[in-house]
Design a protein around this ligand. Sequence first.
Ligand code: ZN
Length: 417
Amino acid sequence: MIHADLIVRDAAEAATLAAGPVPRVGPAMNDLARVPDAAIAVDGGLVVWVGPERRVSREVRLRAGGRALDAAGGTVVPGFVDAHTHVLFAGDRAAEIPLRVRGASYREIARRGGGLYSTVRATRAAGSRELLRTAADRLRRMAANGATVVEVKSGYALDHVGELRLLRLIPRLARATGLRLVPTFLGAHAVPPEFEGRADDYIDSLVRRTLPAVARGGLARFCDVFCEPGFFSVAQSERLLRAAARLGLGVKVHADEFVLSGGARLAARLGARSADHLLATPAADRGRLARAGVSAVLLPMTAFASTAARRSPGREMVDAGVPVALGTDCSPNTWVESMPLVLAGAVHGGRMTPAEALTAATVNAAHASGVGDAGTIEVGRPADLAVLPIRSADLVGYRFDVRPTLVLRQGKPVFTP
Ligand code: ZN
């Protein structure tokens, strides 16, 4: 007999994602390891039993004071892993939407001191308490939408002290929200105004001073760079990422978002953990990512929000054998807090199947974020899961705005309606 302090009962289906290699590529992305008519038992925050409802009373005993939660015929999925966010910012950019809808590009708006630079000004000026409060509010809404692990990038301070301050807020945000957060250093999000026209000097300062401080303090798991014309060149990105790798950080690249920057090629050459965005990546470079085992982190809602008619290359990446992961890209540029909406974007915009999208948002996103024990519902692993009010995982991504009725992180409700 197995003892549990929590049992989730009466699910029409559990999509456990608990079978197959990690990350999953190609046809294996359609295998969700489903358990029909499922129950899940949790003890001490870990999954201790997964199986058919009819066996749970025989095989699992609820401890005194334990709780049984009713999934009410819904579908249980692993908590979503959001593999790419910029949630740590102040202010908003509502004022630039009228310009954007008339066709002004991200780069043009940034050059006029708007866009990213207006967020940098607001973030530098914001107190830590305000940053914590606003980011925690966003993260709680993300949890309400089913996310249990969220990657969080710095990148709106663009100076030594400010970037370190943002990274130091991330563990505090994790404690405040109960979510598992993966910190990424994105000091090279853009060339700061103080270094205008001197991107090389800025990269020098990051390599000599800020990166070593990040590594020394254990403040980040990954180093990321915005590799795009007008931001950082391939050579500058490579210099920064090689320095980061020497210090033991994993590396990620914002690659080929607006034009073919060579970022995906660089990610493949460096064996990066992920290349992100990839809207302008050609077939040859998809092959390079696949051969190098670099995850493609796709952000379909960002593709949707950009004024040019572009769609996220989900289908192309899956067919090329690239391990695909998903993220919200939540930022003041693309303010998305809902992973179910991202899944719908991956299906309807990225042409992925619902099962592929769910794999990309769970086990593959966990791999892309360097958290090996997340993204599946499996005995011995943290009980991070979401109950969705749908009869099968086939409806994930098909329906746009499915919201969970229950979200557990380490067996504790982070959200109940
Ligand atoms: Zn980004």
